[in-house]
Design a protein around this ligand. Structure first.
Ligand code: AMP
Length: 337
């Protein structure tokens, strides 16, 4: 069954090479803020010649190692041409910052929309979303790229009119993957990272599949399966793979959905189903079933979204403080290279 919702892409896939930062202001006019992420802000911008609108992700960046990270992000985005994956349009490297000009997605964050009063979340709709995520990640994995940061805030609705159609954004943590050379990382978002990330063990395609399992759990219940009192407790819940469906919010959720999640939240990376297997799973194959409203999940999701926003704002302040400290250090001639 192909659930792909056709999406109008603003422009065809482009191979982007970064340009000098000075050209940015000559080309685009900055309009409104759209959001903020780990490293910086995202703005609505307009091409001065054509009037076309884009999202500009601007990040302070002075160290050569940070620039290398952005070069990798650009290289990865250049290799990804899929309607469910955000497309890169242009890139500018200034003296102190990097700006990525991205396809504009106007529907906002999926979980924000679901937490709206008027939204009628059903399992059938959840199936539609998870199918789209699996299709996008399947394409990435087919190109030997791991996303490594699948989480609610990186899933956007294409437009306010198309709330059933999503796109995956943010390839800042994405990595190329070669099966015989072990890839290990020490980053991610505690609630959504797999046990092998926490244990600093080799990663694989299953690492993204775990995060899809967590996103599915949250989507159907509004609850975060591994959330602890603090980050340390969250990480130990992840490594203990301590997950259950005991909460009343799961009363209206089908057994098929619970089996699907359980398969993804397997502590053994290699045992988790891949995207093709997920798309074949009976839960994802029955888009038209389970039309009952998941009202308990929506109530919980409001709290989930509010808490995540709070955590993100704290992280943004921390990132800013670290950045300022880094800038001061770089300004010190005794430490400059
Ligand atoms: P990021 O730094 O990529 O995680 O983005 C931070 C936030 O900015 C996201 O969670 C979105 O709310 C918003 N955002 C990022 N990219 C776009 C885009 N292409 N179009 C519209 N909003 C975006």
């Amino acid at each position: 069954m192909d659930s792909t919702v056709s999406v109008q892409q603003q422009f065809s896939h482009r191979m982007v090479k970064h340009k000098p930062g000075e050209l940015l202001e000559e080309t685009y006019t900055v309009k409104d803020p759209l959001g903020s992420g780990r490293f910086g802000k995202v703005w609505l911008v307009e091409d001065q010649k054509t009037g076309d609108k884009f999202a500009a992700k601007q990040c302070a960046c002075r160290r050569a190692s940070q620039r290398k990270e952005f070069e990798l992000e650009i290289e990865i985005m250049n290799s990804l041409d899929h309607p469910k994956l955000l497309q890169l349009y242009d890139a500018f490297f200034g003296k102190n910052d990097v700006t990525l000009i991205l396809e504009l997605v106007t529907g906002g964050e999926l979980f924000d929309r679901i937490a709206d009063e008027a939204f009628d979340l059903t399992e059938a709709l959840a199936v539609k979303y998870i199918r789209q995520i699996c299709e996008a990640v399947q394409y990435m994995h087919g190109n030997m790229i791991l996303h490594l940061d699948i989480k609610p805030e990186n899933i956007l609705c294409v437009s306010p009119e198309r709330l059933d159609s999503i796109k995956i954004i943010d390839f800042g943590f994405a990595r190329k993957y070669t099966p015989n050379s072990p890839l290990k990382i020490m980053f991610g978002t505690p609630e959504f990272v797999a046990p092998e990330v926490v244990n600093f063990d080799p990663l694989g395609k299953g690492t993204d599949m775990w995060s899809i399992g967590v996103v599915t759990y949250v989507l159907l219940s509004g609850l975060s399966p591994f959330m602890g009192e603090d980050e340390q407790e969250t990480l130990s819940n992840v490594t203990a793979c301590d997950v259950d469906f005991d909460d009343d919010s799961f009363d209206d959720v089908s057994d098929d959905a619970k089996t699907f999640i359980t398969k993804l939240l397997d502590i053994r990376e290699s045992k988790r189903p891949n995207c093709a297997e997920c798309l074949e799973h009976s839960w994802l194959s029955k888009e038209d079933q389970h039309r009952k409203s998941l009202s308990a999940a929506v109530v919980n999701l409001k709290k989930f979204v509010a808490r995540r926003k709070w955590v993100r704002s704290i992280n943004a302040v921390r990132a800013m403080t670290r950045l300022q400290a880094g800038l001061k250090k770089n300004d010190d001639p005794s430490t400059s290279k």
